[in-house]
Design a protein around this ligand. Sequence first.
Ligand code: NA7
Length: 550
Amino acid sequence: MDQNQRQELDRETDFDVIIVGAGFAGLYMLHRLRGLGLNARVYEAGENVGGTWYWNRYPGARCDAESLAYSFSFSPELEQEWEWSERYATQPEILRYAEHVADRFDLRRDIRFERTVTAARFDEATRLWTVETEQGDRARARICIMATGCLSVPQRPDIPGLDDFQGNLYQASLWPHEGVDFTGQRVGVIGTGSSAIQAIPVIAVQAGQLTVFQRTPNFSVPAVNSKLDPEWVAQFKAHYREHRDNHRHGLGQGFGDLEIEPHPPAPAAETGAELTDAELEQALEEYWAKGGARFMGAVTDSLSNEETNRLFADFVRKKIRATVKDPEVAEALCPSDHPIGTKRICVDTGYYETYNRDNVSLVNLRKTPIERVTANGIQTSDAHYELDTLVLATGFDAMTGALLRMDIRGVGGMALAEKWAAGPRSYLGIGIAGFPNLFTITGPGSPSVLSNMLVSIEQHVDWMIDCIRYMEDEGLALVEPEPDAEDAWVDHVNEVANGTLFPKGGSWYLGANVAGKPRVFMPYAAGVGAYREVCDRVAENGYEGFRFSA
Ligand code: NA7
């Protein structure tokens, strides 16, 4: 860092609000705060906006929610003018969109890039938050907003010998900006979650030989991606307000409707038992053909009734067996250890078909575990696989990872890491008792990763802006949840989760992928509509469950 750059650092500078993160949540929050006339500073670790879409540049990376739903609704001009090219946008297109939003609303001037926030501490005497960055910034603000994302801390697996590997080593979520040419290479991929399932078919086309090292198979449904037809889009956009209403209030998690005429998605039945085998088969075929994660919405109780869930899982296993020609490979790809959908369902383009290629092979780590990574490959219990390139698609320390790697301290110097030692505790996923004027956008305890993130981000930001405006109007300095309200909300989140099959998934929703992480189901599973009603009611009742001080 040269001297000019050093002078740009914020030292003891005061703002009304500091926002951590310039992904979609941070961008929209900054825009709305400006509307309130507040002075905000954003710190962002990347060198550009986009958050998860800035970092995750692996081949085939794209959104698993539809573009026309996974986009901002706050500006009618933006939503009408921006043109998505595919049903599911690619990472480069979503990043261009984030950049466009930043430029269109002139947001960059309040963002400091390449600043990694390491600490945020509340001082009771001054009633200010002090935020510090790894690069030496130190700034104060009345309000601190965490827009740090749910999947922003990559998990590097603890495999012996990983550092000895002499070939090219890449992590899906920290992909080189210049891209990677796999031509003629022997490539290994560790992991078969959403990232790997998107990357594998693309790498397979280029690589000389691709070996997939699979520990746990996942359920994947076809995306049925396509270029968007401009006429179809024009008609869809003519009804954009009603579509947005469906996304916000409809059943489910805000992924919305697909038809030109807006109507909330209607499942074929409340429960699988209402349907004959043939009717269920037909409903599942229809949803399979439509494509995407909405497959689970074919019957209302697919994620709460074990028998319905089993019928869904059987259907997908049948599809896998019908697609993959080698019966042994097909069996290895059939998930059997978790109810379908309780680990995030993957959405793919040609994933299972890829295993029919001559240059692709699958290593079932359940049968032959990895012993170590060597200088030139992977040694399993029965063979050595020589590799030029190794790709780690091993996931994230989800939802709490980004918050807990900062030193966040509230009243009395209480560390968030200490408060959350047994799992995250938050009121509505918005605020944390003992941490006044700290807001978490899509925090644990809100629908977050179960939902369409753009729907949830806008809802959280709008709610927080109303709350901040209320404080400004009423001359209130501090807001924080009542401990009782927080306890009751945590109980409620658990109760809702326990009414579903999610806790049986052993997923990153539960923290099960990170050694030593408490196993708590973190997102709120009742759906974005129900959650929005709760948040609105809390606000209407004078921010019930929050305490303010003048
Ligand atoms: P995921 O869904 O957490 O997948 C990670 C994968 O990596 C999963 O298949 C893991 O197998 C595997 N993994 C992790 N550690 C190891 C080791 N040590 N050995 C072998 N295999 C391992 O992460 P993704 O990035 O794919 O997706 C995350 C979300 O990002 C996704 O849902 C979208 O919302 C975007 P395991 O299941 O633990 O046996």
